[in-house]
Design a protein. Structure first.
Length: 288
């Protein structure tokens, strides 16, 4: 019966684990819904903001703004990596870190000096373990990142780019397509890409107050900050989608393990009972 008792203990252990993973799956599902709502709310604003900039921007105005400066060669670039503060989400954080490493390697092969800025404990822990040089790190963002968080991340980089200290700023984040599709994505935030053509500007007759250049002076930094904000909310939603999927898989696997252990336990118990009956029958026959 020692084996049966051991199996029974393992079954209880797996059952307790399944309770934990099921609870985490339910929590992730709840938080995913709120994160999806924030993603859905952020996208229309970003699209309209981009449309306004495309309609207002002209080649003559583009030459006036530091954020639109197109360097002849990229000598120094900043890479901003967004990861989660927690794990138990499958390969979510690993994929983001791998994408950032590939980007850093490609830039360094091109002779570009890189500065790494990391948001999220998982990314910070990995690059610290690799003894990589980290220009800045943050792990204080919660489940509901806001515009102020995006501002604090990108404002120093915008100032450095405007001063000519940086030639490009790249952002690595998880693009939220669905709860099952959150591919790591690289986006170049700076310099802001001017429109290829401005033909759409003549479709609507704008009355501008104040002038277009003053409006763009306010909209361009807002556009860059909004890109960071969108990346933050999409990465958060992607994390909870990945965590829900991972916890559901763990719960299902625990259920299958419990069924297999239960069958093994029943067979062991049945074999022990059969052996005891055989011993009793054998003992009774010896007494006759």
């Amino acid at each position: 019966m020692a084996k049966a008792r051991e199996l029974k203990g393992r079954i209880r252990s797996v059952q307790n684990t399944r309770k934990i993973t099921r609870t985490m799956e339910m929590v992730a599902t709840s938080k995913l819904k709120r994160a999806q709502d924030r993603v859905a709310a952020a996208r229309p604003y970003a699209e309209q903001l981009q449309q306004v900039i495309r309609r207002l921007l002209t080649p003559a105005l583009a030459a006036r703004y530091p954020l639109l400066r197109q360097p002849a060669t990229t000598q120094r670039a900043a890479v901003v990596l967004l990861t989660a503060n927690r794990g138990l989400a499958g390969a979510f954080n690993v994929n983001l870190i791998r994408e950032a490493r590939h980007l850093l390697e490609r830039l360094r092969e091109e002779g570009v000096q890189t500065d790494l800025h990391i948001v999220g404990k998982k990314g910070v822990s990995f690059f610290r373990f690799q003894r990589a040089r980290i220009a800045s790190e943050r792990a204080d963002l919660g489940d509901r990142p806001g515009a102020a968080d995006a501002e604090s991340i990108i404002a120093p980089l915008m100032q450095a780019f405007a001063a000519g200290e940086l030639d490009a700023v790249y952002l690595v984040y998880a693009k939220f397509n669905s709860a099952l599709s959150t591919p790591p994505t690289v986006q170049r935030l700076l310099p802001v890409e001017p429109p290829a053509e401005n033909g759409a500007a003549g479709e609507v007759d704008f009355i501008l107050e104040p002038s277009a250049d003053l409006i763009l002076e306010q909209l361009l930094p807002l556009y860059v900050r909004n890109g960071v904000y969108r990346a933050l909310v999409e990465t958060t939603a992607g994390f909870y989608g990945a965590q829900r999927t991972a916890m559901k898989s763990a719960t299902d696997n625990a259920g299958e393990m419990i069924n297999a252990l239960t069958r093994t336990y029943n067979r062991a118990r049945q074999a022990a009972i059969t052996q005891e009956i055989a011993e009793i029958v054998g003992g009774a026959a010896a007494l006759e």
